[in-house]
Design a protein around this ligand. Structure first.
Ligand code: PEP
Length: 312
């Protein structure tokens, strides 16, 4: 049965833009196969490890928005989603983490929509008033945390060193960091885009150990494109993602399995074009993640990317 399934995978999972909301089903199996289990036979020949490991991810950064009631309403909208071939991550404000976790578990969607934090302390525990430790986040059910979002760097004076320390701390606690990098408008206009993002990545590389490469994801978020409806063009984003991909590989991500998300005014209208790009593996979404319909539409676009790479 497995062989039959694997051989027919490209046809079974084939989809197109018009049908991106279709439930991906397989007549042979009650549940979708795990990627590892499916990596056999003909399929194995046509897919690289990176294709398999770089499952698209769409992450919602809710920032400092919401209330108990609005969080409940948003989760209600999200849990009605179909199962997509895409990882869905929500990063609510810290005070709502347990609420979101409990609602997802109650709706039996805790394994489909995963929980992340927006930030984490670089300290392990103790006299750090107002801080939340990686262990605490882990206990609350967080599998991911954003680190080094430009709003933290710009308005809360986070340095590259702070960001690297937070990455190291999260990895120790078993939380997968999504490290945000990106240039300001001035830096772009002066031609420093690639040197800025590479410097931000290098700082992380200097603090982690060799085996940690591949244990975190990266979000490229040009500061000038965040929260204003002016996304980078797919080509602008791809240029930076490609540079980040080779920097990651040069440093230690030999298999190219680190996912690189694009963030900056992603919405349901521009997501398809962004996901056409070879090195855009996901999206970090701010404003559009606060509306279930638009967040799910972006996720559906990401799932089309997944399907395309499977179909080879
Ligand atoms: C963000 O804050 O990470 C972000 C990308 O926001 P927006 O999608 O609203 O630009």
């Amino acid at each position: 049965m497995l062989t039959a399934f694997v051989k027919s995978w490209p046809r079974l999972w084939a989809t197109d833009r018009a049908s991106k909301h279709r439930r991906y089903s397989c007549p042979h199996l009650a549940k979708p196969l795990s990627f590892a289990a499916a990596l056999t036979g003909d399929l194995q020949k046509s897919m690289s490890l990176a294709d398999v490991m770089r499952t698209p991810i769409v992450a919602g950064n809710w920032k400092m928005n919401g209330s108990i009631a609005s969080v409940d309403a948003l989760i209600q909208g999200l849990v009605s989603s179909e199962d997509l071939e895409c990882e869905l991550l929500v990063c609510p404000p810290t005070v709502f983490l347990s609420q979101v976790r409990d609602r997802l578990i109650a709706k039996k969607r805790g394994s489909v929509i995963v929980l992340g934090a927006q930030d984490v302390s670089q300290h392990e525990a103790g006299a750090h008033t107002g801080e939340v430790s990686a262990d605490m986040l882990s206990e609350c059910g967080c599998r991911y945390t954003l680190i080094g979002h430009s709003e933290r760097r710009q308005f809360h004076a986070e340095s590259d060193i702070n960001v690297a320390a937070k990455v190291e701390r999260s990895l120790t606690a078993g939380i997968r960091p999504i490290v945000c990098v990106g240039e300001t408008l001035e830096e772009r206009q002066n031609g420093y885009t690639l040197s800025v993002v590479e410097r931000q990545l290098d700082a992380v590389g200097e603090m982690i150990s060799a085996e940690d490469w591949g244990r975190f994801d990266v979000a490229y978020e040009p500061v000038w494109a965040i929260g204003n409806g002016e996304s980078a063009s797919p080509e602008q984003a791809q240029e930076v993602h490609e540079a980040l991909r080779s920097a990651l590989q040069k440093n230690g991500d030999q298999n190219g399995t680190t996912r690189i998300l694009y963030g900056g005014s992603v919405n349901q209208d521009n997501a398809d074009a962004l996901f056409e790009m070879a090195d855009i593996d996901g999206a970090l979404v701010g404003g559009a993640s606060l509306v279930a319909e638009s967040f799910l539409s972006i996720a559906a676009s990401a799932a089309v990317r997944s399907t395309r790479s499977r179909a080879g």
